[in-house]
Design a protein around this ligand. Structure first.
Ligand SMILES: [Zn+2]
Length: 341
């Protein structure tokens, strides 16, 4: 999901403990936020949700509203409750997300970069700078299907591209999910903890947008429906969406990307900061008509309800990390999470 104004600050918004004063009895986990490698065992996670090397992935499922309420201090993994083929990665910061996924974003869908080879670090940094973004702000949320991620890592091997520790973590995850295999069905969707330009409420907008991409990748009937919808639009309407997406940094030559993003913005991004009628040069009435036409004919499956349901409330407390404090150690920010007993 394309970003609003950029931010390259890796600081997580740390809030004081609840007014009631939760006692810090049990230290759950120490996670490094920022500088170090991505922490798999996110602070505040139950053991069943950790990625265990010897047993493969054991990732618990979570509903949209449960994820909205997370305030990850480390990297959280969960399978989306209505569709286990969609794995949600909730990063502790925009920077950690960017370090993990920016090279993949360029490869799969960014404008003005090649899609048949990978960028090395210097080329990636130049591409991000040329787009007017930073490592942190290249996207606010990401989404990729298993086949594209597998192709990315195969090319990294064959081209000898040096991947960073965050990308190597993602490759381990893909292997353990079995998604490096030909024909694997699956998708990752991502968002970040609130901090910098990302508010708790904005997390709910980003997640709803990304969930629709997850469905697009894993539910063939929905992908076909979206393709048919795109084909049914007038040339002028397709040009309007394409123009908007081009201004967001997407490669407009990729038709599948255009129609996938169009469904996500038009139907599942009900926040004028990210999408509005004027962005595609239409009136509110015209956009409402387009939406209604799409929703009326959607296939009957779990995503359909989310086309009209209000988003779940944003977190005002921090149930994913009930008590946390931060300190600086050797110039690195260390995040501590506690669970009240
Ligand atoms: Zn999107």
């Amino acid at each position: 999901m394309s970003s609003a104004p950029g931010n390259d600050d890796d600081t997580i918004d740390i809030r004081p403990a609840n007014a009631g004063g939760v006692r810090r009895r049990r230290l759950l986990r120490l996670a490094l936020a920022g500088g170090g490698a991505v922490s798999l065992g996110a602070a505040g996670l139950g053991a069943d949700r950790l990625l265990r090397k010897d047993q493969g992935p054991a990732i618990g499922s979570a509903t949209e509203s449960a994820i909205d309420l997370e305030e990850p201090c480390g990297t959280h993994l969960s399978r989306l409750a209505p569709d286990a083929d969609v794995v949600v990665i909730d990063f502790p910061s925009l920077l950690t997300q960017g370090l993990t996924l920016d090279r993949l974003a360029a490869f799969v869908e960014k404008a003005n970069v090649p899609h048949d080879r990978l960028l090395n670090d210097a080329s990636l940094a130049a591409a991000i700078k040329a787009s007017g973004d930073t490592e942190a702000s290249y996207y606010y949320g990401h989404d990729y299907q298993a086949a594209d991620i597998a192709r990315f890592f195969r090319l990294a091997d064959s081209e000898g591209i040096a991947l960073n520790p965050h990308e190597l973590w993602l490759r381990r995850l893909m292997r353990q999910l079995g998604w490096m295999a030909q024909g694997a069905t699956g998708a990752i969707i991502t968002l970040t903890a609130a901090g910098g330009p990302v508010t708790m409420e904005m997390r709910t907008v980003i997640l709803r947008h990304e969930i629709s991409h997850g469905a697009f990748y894993t539910v063939p009937a929905y992908r076909r429906y979206t393709e048919d919808f795109w084909a049914s639009l007038t040339d002028a309407d397709r040009a309007a969406f394409t123009g908007f997406l081009g201004r967001q940094g997407y490669d407009t030559s990729l038709t599948e990307l255009m129609l996938n993003e169009s469904q996500a913005y038009l139907i599942f991004t009900r926040d004028p900061r990210f999408f509005n009628a004027a962005a595609i040069g239409k009136s509110e009435e015209e956009v409402a008509q387009l939406r209604q036409g799409f929703i009326d004919n959607m296939p009957e499956f779990w995503l359909r309800a989310l086309a009209t349901e209000p988003r779940p409330p944003a977190s005002h407390t921090m149930p994913g990390c009930p008590v946390q404090s931060a300190m600086l150690t050797d110039g690195r920010r260390t995040c501590l999470c506690y669970r009240p007993v």
